[in-house]
Design a protein around this ligand. Structure first.
Ligand SMILES: CC(C)(COP(=O)(O)OP(=O)(O)OC[C@H]1O[C@@H](n2cnc3c(N)ncnc32)[C@H](O)[C@@H]1OP(=O)(O)O)[C@@H](O)C(=O)NCCC(=O)NCCS
Length: 184
């Protein structure tokens, strides 16, 4: 691991760390998998987009109001990239943050995402001292809904035609979790 790969969070099986150049190939492979992209805004993801994304994220810092920071999610033992978790500090109210998550297809179904998201929430409330975490998901994204509800998020809203995905307006659920609802 080089110095630029700063580790922010450790769990039993995972590390959440800064993205670095050597993640480009794995990142590109899962972002360009149609099943992984199905409920996301991107489509037909290109290698040069992956290069740009990783380059930008390798210089970023979490908790900057109005920006998204992506944590690289890697296996503890090998440091292999298996997905990412996003953290968005809202510009107008940085005490509220939005999260997102993606796992490579071959690493789904092993509870890695819930392990990463639980650790991220701990970090958000304990280390960053935030008040509330929100997440949005396409209403058809059953895996994402199961993950959010299993971690303890409450569905707070059904937002009609709230984002453009693959050329169509789609509905989203908004989920929330308050600091007072999370045992630190
Ligand atoms: C959303 C996403 C991260 C969820 O990933 P996931 O692998 O289903 O979630 P987890 O890692 O928490 O794993 C939970 C599943 O693993 C199963 N599991 C846990 N440990 C297991 C084990 N040892 N062996 C087999 N299965 C296991 C659980 O039973 C659960 O399955 P279920 O959802 O069918 O009940 C993933 O589907 C994804 O990356 N999707 C594409 C991107 C996306 O849409 N992101 C959301 C945007 S809002």
């Amino acid at each position: 691991m080089d110095n630029s790969e700063r580790i922010y969070i450790r769990t039993n099986r995972l590390i959440l760390r800064q993205f670095s150049k050597r993640d480009i190939e794995s990142f590109y492979l899962y972002r360009s998998t149609p099943e992984v992209a199905k409920f996301q805004s991107w489509e037909n993801y290109q290698y040069d987009e992956a290069e740009l994304f990783v380059e930008k994220q390798s210089r970023g810092m979490p908790n900057q109001p109005g920006t998204w920071f992506q944590f690289a999610v890697a296996l503890n033992e090998t440091n292999q990239l298996i997905g990412d978790c996003a953290l968005h500090s809202l510009l107008d109210e940085p005490r509220i943050v939005e999260i997102g998550f993606t796992l490579a297809r071959e690493h789904q179904g092993k509870s890695y995402a819930s392990e990463a998201v639980r650790a991220l929430i701990n970090y958000v409330f304990k280390t960053l001292g935030k008040h509330k975490v929100i997440a949005f998901t396409d209403v058809r994204n059953d895996k994402s809904i199961r993950l959010l509800e299993s971690v303890g998020f409450r569905r707070e809203g059904h937002l009609l035609q709230n984002y453009m995905s693959k050329g169509k307006w789609v509905d989203e659920y908004q989920y929330s979790l308050l600091r007072s609802e999370w045992s630190l």
